[in-house]
Ligand binder design. Structure first.
Ligand code: GLN
Length: 292
């Protein structure tokens, strides 16, 4: 791989990055990152393309461009990713938030809006396998009156979620645990983007930089989804919804599990690519007298 010429303008820096195999958008974002400017300032770059790229930044820019050229996701290199209008910190302990997951947030907000019409009390929401905190923080940011809790098994992931909650000044309760095993009480909405890729899925090679335990849900990808669906009814309030993201080919299987768990109004939603990506259902009546 070549190195940057000294001196270089911003335009030459961008051209050099693209010559290393980085696409134009990522080259712009890496130059902005090296300059310490926010990603939204791409227009600034275009206006300043004849400015000198300070030589003191060359080594750092070269290092990030080479990492990107070797396939490392941009979000891990810059350390952040936008989700639902929020700037979230990420590192390799958490999955990078995907635009498709915004479908799940939209659905949860819809369900919560119709609940609010019937019940003035602030709704209780739980996000299982929160990772960076993306879903929980998006919900709390959009509807500050919600009582939002979030679970992750990984303490490293919870450290990222906590940093994001503090940075965004959003009050979300964070719980270390194995799905619902350590969670007390019942919720109006339980939401989750669990690991759902099959251990044998060839798509995994494209996801090699992300934490495997956040991606793979057992041999056929359904282990964690099955656990959550089994545990959730005991933690839903009457009329409470369970909403899950899942793999492109899992909607029918997830709907069967939701029906088998005694939930009502079982249905799926499509993502931005038109794929049935989320499924959910609600609990008509709490199943036991215990309402801890
Ligand atoms: N949607 C992610 C992908 O296929 C996987 C997320 C997950 O396993 N929860 O890239």
């Amino acid at each position: 791989m070549g190195t940057l010429k000294v001196p270089s303008t911003i335009a030459q820096g961008l051209a050099w990055a693209q010559a290393q195999g980085v696409d134009r958008l990522d080259a712009q974002l890496l130059v902005l990152h090296a300059l310490g400017r926010p990603e939204r300032e791409r227009a600034w770059l275009l206006v300043h393309d004849t400015d000198t790229l300070p030589e003191a930044l060359h080594a750092a820019l070269q290092a990030t461009v080479w990492r990107r050229a070797q396939g490392e996701p941009l979000a891990y290199i810059t350390g952040h990713r936008e989700f639902y209008g929020l700037d979230l910190r990420v590192n390799t302990h958490v999955l990078i938030p995907r635009p498709d997951t915004e479908t799940l947030v939209d659905w949860a907000l819809e369900v919560l809006t119709s609940m609010a019409a019937a019940n003035p009390l602030p709704a209780r929401v739980l996000d299982l396998g929160t990772g960076s905190g993306a879903i929980a923080l998006a919900l709390k940011h959009t509807r500050p009156e919600l009582q939002v809790s979030a679970v992750d098994f990984s303490t490293d992931a919870l450290t990222v979620a906590r940093a994001n909650a503090q940075q965004l000044r959003l009050d979300v309760g964070l719980i270390q645990g194995n799905w619902l095993a350590g969670v007390a009480g019942r919720f109006n909405v339980i939401v989750s983007n669990p690991p759902y890729i099959a251990a044998t899925d060839h798509h995994l090679s494209a996801l090699a930089h992300e934490p495997i335990h956040a991606l793979v849900g057992g041999t056929n990808g359904m282990d964690d989804i099955r656990t959550i669906i089994t545990q959730a009814p005991a933690h839903l309030l009457s009329g409470g919804w369970l909403l899950l993201e899942h793999g492109y080919d899992q909607a029918a299987a997830v709907r069967s599990l939701l029906t088998a768990a005694g939930l009502q109004d079982v249905q799926s939603r499509r993502d931005l690519g038109g794929i049935e990506r989320c499924s959910g259902a609600f609990l008509a009546q709490t199943l036991s007298v215990a309402n801890s």
